[in-house]
Design a protein around this ligand. Structure first.
Ligand SMILES: Nc1nc(=O)c2c([nH]1)NC[C@@H]1CN(c3ccc(C(=O)N[C@@H](CCC(=O)O)C(=O)O)cc3)CN21
Ligand SMILES: O=c1ccn([C@H]2C[C@H](O)[C@@H](COP(=O)(O)O)O2)c(=O)[nH]1
Length: 276
């Protein structure tokens, strides 16, 4: 029985039973037919995943880990904000005619900043700190740049990552202001779990915990019947994550360097509507 499934089931049950509906409030997101995309939400869901025990992928339904890692590398490694560099169509609804999603995610990570040790972008700064000063309490990335928000087609949702080394273990806190629980919860968890594995491997550290703090944890109205059915399913044991141990440079990792051994899951829910 996968621990990630238990966490997901507990969070969804809490949102469905104790959550607050947005009916009657002004909501930004819409369905593709123009109807408002209402939600039921809980403030501040906080989930802890011990990456040294299990890889936190859902087994209730398959998470497309290949596509999730591809998006993670698009943001953190290619530092791109153009969907032409992405191998899935998940960002198509938010891209302009040139394929740009604006100054969000990868763009923010590509910007260089001046530090005492020289110029770095935020990713290279993290890699430098983990190598040279791992016990620093100042290792973090922040993509929520107010001066650029007006040029983003969607404001960053998973917007900051704080890294903290305890003993030989690399831990991380992922801060997320808003989360579409059905579409993106396990997608984002798997992405940042993979990122912690990547950072640990190239920094000669071991993986520790990933703590996911979600300020607005919501289930969209059209997802309620889907989630209700999903959380009644029987979970499978967690699969094992195998990583290409030869990769010593963060920028050399490829999607194919991560393989799940024994990934069993329930059936996929086809054609999930995504609020825009
Ligand atoms: N309402 C909303 N939810 C999101 O999760 C979301 C946005 N908007 N806007 C921007 C990005 C795009 N993201 C997305 C969008 C779609 C999928 C998606 O369709 N997931 C499918 C599997 C996709 C596949 O197999 O390739 C799923 O079944 O969850 C995932 C992430 C996350 N983000
Ligand atoms: O990585 C992501 C990106 C987006 N989301 C979801 C969270 C919300 O449902 C929408 C964004 O709408 P806002 O009105 O800007 O909050 O996208 C996600 O869960 N994960």
């Amino acid at each position: 029985m996968s621990k990630a499934d238990n966490i997901f089931i507990a969070m969804c049950t809490d949102i469905l039973e104790n959550g607050i509906s947005s009916e009657g409030e002004v909501v930004r997101a819409k369905w593709d037919d123009g109807r408002p995309a209402n939600t039921v939400k809980k403030f501040a869901a906080i989930n802890r995943y011990d990456l040294s025990e299990e890889f936190p992928i859902l087994t209730l339904r398959p998470t497309n880990l290949v596509a999730a890692i591809d998006e993670l590398l698009w943001i953190w490694q290619k530092k791109s904000n153009n969907i032409k560099d992405l191998n899935s169509d998940i960002w198509n609804s938010w891209a302009d005619e040139d394929g740009s999603i604006g100054k969000a995610y990868g763009y923010q990570l590509s910007v260089k900043h001046q530090y005492r040790e020289g110029e770095f972008d935020q990713v290279d700064r993290v890699l430098y700190d983990l190598r040279h000063n791992p016990y620093s309490r100042r290792i973090m990335v922040n993509m929520y740049n107010h001066s650029d928000l007006h040029e983003m087609n969607l404001y960053p949702c998973a917007y900051s990552l704080t890294l903290n080394v305890t003993g030989r273990k690399l831990n991380a806190v992922l801060n997320q202001r808003s989360q579409d629980i059905l579409v993106a919860n396990n997608w984002n968890v798997c992405q940042y779990a993979i990122l912690v594995h990547m950072l640990a491997q190239v920094s000669n550290l071991e993986v520790g915990e990933l703590v996911h703090v979600i300020a607005d944890a919501h289930i969209y109205d059209r997802h309620i019947p889907l989630i209700t059915e999903l959380i009644q399913r029987a979970p499978f044991p967690a699969p094992k994550l195998l990583i290409n141990k030869d990769r010593k440079d963060f920028y050399d990792f490829k999607v194919g360097d991560f393989v799940l051994e024994g990934y069993q899951s329930g059936l996929q829910i086809k054609n999930i509507p995504v609020a825009i």
